[in-house]
Write a protein of this length. Sequence first.
Length: 574
Amino acid sequence: MARQLGKLDQIPRTPLRDTVLEVMERELRRSMDGLVVTGSPRPYFMQYTLRRIHALRLRAAFGSLLKSRETTSSQVFADVRVGSHKFDNVMDGGLDVRAEERESADWLDAPDDLDLSALQVCLWKLSQLKFDEAQQDYYDHRKAQVTEYLRDEVEAFSHQEPIVHREELRHDSFPRAAWEGTLRDLSRRFLQHPEIHDPAITLSADRVHRWIATSEGSRVVTEDLYIEIGIGGWILTEDGVYTEASRELYVRSLDEVPSRAALERLLEDVIVELGELQKAETPGSFIGPALLAGQAASTLFHEALGHRLEGERLVARGETRTFAHKVGQRILPPGLDVYDDPSMARFGERSVWGAYRVDDQAVTAQRANLVEDGVLRGFLQSRTPTSAAKTSNGHGRHDGVQLPTARMANLVVEPRPGTAKTWAELEAQLVELARAQGRQHAMIITRVRAGETTTASYDFQVFKGEPAEVYLLDVETGKRRRIRDVELIGTPLSALQRIVAFGGESELDQGYCYAESGSIPISGIAPAILLAEVEMQQGSTTGFHEPLLPPPFADDGSKGRTADLRRRGRRRRA
């Protein structure tokens, strides 16, 4: 007997991927036909996304598991567009939506067991709220069109061919017990170092199952695995600054999780580095030439260039549109190409954190050519049309709550053949630059821990990087001296124009990027770059003292900070 559309008691309850898509498709049809208010615009496009995340969180220190939690959670997302592809409810490319503050944000939970009747109820409830919000946004957009000249708007939403992409979904268990044992055992090493504050070894694993259905006919099922391992701690310097050392690993399969021996080596690296940082000095501030290794250079390109090539920033009223009018103009030195390719799954022997096959708007991942031989050619595009492109190049991404916008995935900076220099040549040129500027020191930055930037027109156009490993190079003696507690600062156009040379071997940088559409996994690949000038500022603003009591496992019966300083002195002499 044929099933009657919309009868919830007849919806199959077996949590198979096709059945989930059938439920999403059924509710899409009901919503597209039934969300009608006389005299108001109707939906012309809708999308449902279901994410089911199997997550494991482990954290160990001092031989103990501080956290061991394994969960499965599901969340739905709905994009409701009213009006037409030419004009709809989304203004400023959706950068100012702030979805987490709206009523619909309270109705994103989906059944963890994927009960299909409950899933359809969740979609129904969320659709109604999203439709109400879309109606209000549509009229706000109309009002802005009357009172303002929205000069950078082209159309509202791109036309894209629907796709069907289905991957097998696995439900393998994580080797939780083995991982717990490894982390617990390795973390006992911190018991030998009471001078290290808040040490931890962490492991996070997320298996993400994603279903997408659109009113255009796209049907997508994907699986992604993300495993992040971190080892780190803090040391208090003589001048009262807590300084961090850490190692992070990002892999995409269980087979890539490092062995116990490899993790133990990373742990020892962190301990040694903390000892070096405790003795290191801070210059306070610095200006002069600098050589950035590939990982550090990747962060600079991400903050100074990548965010400013995201398409929505070309149409949003609150953005400065740094590169909007520079297509066809030189923005980097000759010999450098820049592209973003989410379809790149590996870099050498390592998996790439930002890789995916289909973006969050059901568009196939595509390589976006951004800069060719130093000349700007294009932008990252979601389904928001811009003056540069009318269709998406597969870069619409989000965290499952915010509206998808154009974001980086795997940003690659690549030297052209015959244009790169060796590291030795770059270091020699660094010394020449410092001497020509009459400076005693140059700077070498090998790792950067984090970065941030602002692109809004109401604020200063700057970026900042937090170096994790940085050295001052004495121009006369050639000696390196490790420094700490500094931040790399600059303005984007100025920094990019100060690139005077670059290397040939690239390095991989991975992590999470936080922007208007939420936190997403990204990767960056870049060669070393030589900058004619960088500016550094001191990072810390507050000094701290040692705790009044030592950690319980290191208490020898003495009391107070004086005894603690005696213990630290004995360790240094040893």
